[in-house]
Design a protein around this ligand. Structure first.
Ligand SMILES: Nc1ccn([C@@H]2O[C@H](COP(=O)(O)O)[C@@H](O)[C@H]2O)c(=O)n1
Ligand SMILES: C[C@@]1(CO)OP(=O)(O)OP(=O)(O)OC[C@H]1O
Length: 161
């Protein structure tokens, strides 16, 4: 069993959609980034890459590469999933938390979970998503940005042992 951790933050700005776990969330501001800035999916990718000792998303998908400009982070997650499969890793479970003072994310978590399960090829029970505020403290509490943490465990498939 191998464990990985991921953490990412993106800034909230005008004139950008708010996309988390591939779900477009109606909100007056959205996350700034080279890709679609889906901070939850980024933290999950970093956890998966970390567990496999494959570095981080900046190494695999540099923001200097025009191919990734505006890309859906779910497309990047597909690539990470393929890399894990090539190396005979399977995902055992995944847990993540989005740190956002607003909007209320609970209503959107089931759709995010469904999107992630589909791409990762996992049953829903292997994925858990949560949201928390910071009780108005810090950058997230002031609504300046949104952060996400993710932890996952990987198993090496039996065929590769
Ligand atoms: N952006 C958010 C933040 C929180 N929630 C839900 O509210 C619960 C209480 O949050 P606290 O930060 O006050 O502990 C939390 O457990 C989530 O269920 C949310 O939906 N969206
Ligand atoms: C995903 C990438 C690539 O488009 O860009 P961003 O959306 O800016 O995200 P970040 O978490 O800053 O770093 C990874 C990047 O290389």
């Amino acid at each position: 069993m191998r464990i990985g951790i991921g953490y990412d933050v993106h800034k909230l700005v005008n004139d950008r959609p708010l996309i988390l776990g591939g779900v477009i969330i109606p909100y007056p501001v959205g996350l700034l980034g080279h890709s679609d800035a889906d901070v939850l999916t980024h933290a999950i990718m970093d956890a998966l890459l970390g567990a496999a000792a494959l570095g981080d998303i900046g190494k695999h998908f540099p923001d200097s590469d025009a191919r990734y400009q505006g890309i859906s982070s779910l497309e990047l997650l597909k690539e990470v999933t393929s890399k894990l499969t090539e190396l005979h890793y399977s995902i055992n479970n995944l847990d993540a938390v989005v740190v956002a003072q607003a909007p209320k994310l609970a209503p959107y978590l089931p759709d995010m979970r469904g999107n992630l399960a589909k791409i990762l090829g996992l049953p829903l029970e292997d994925i858990n998503l949560k949201a928390t505020t910071t009780e108005h403290l810090g950058f997230a509490g002031r609504g300046e940005g949104i952060g996400a943490y993710a932890v996952c465990t990987l198993l090496k498939s039996k065929a590769a042992l």
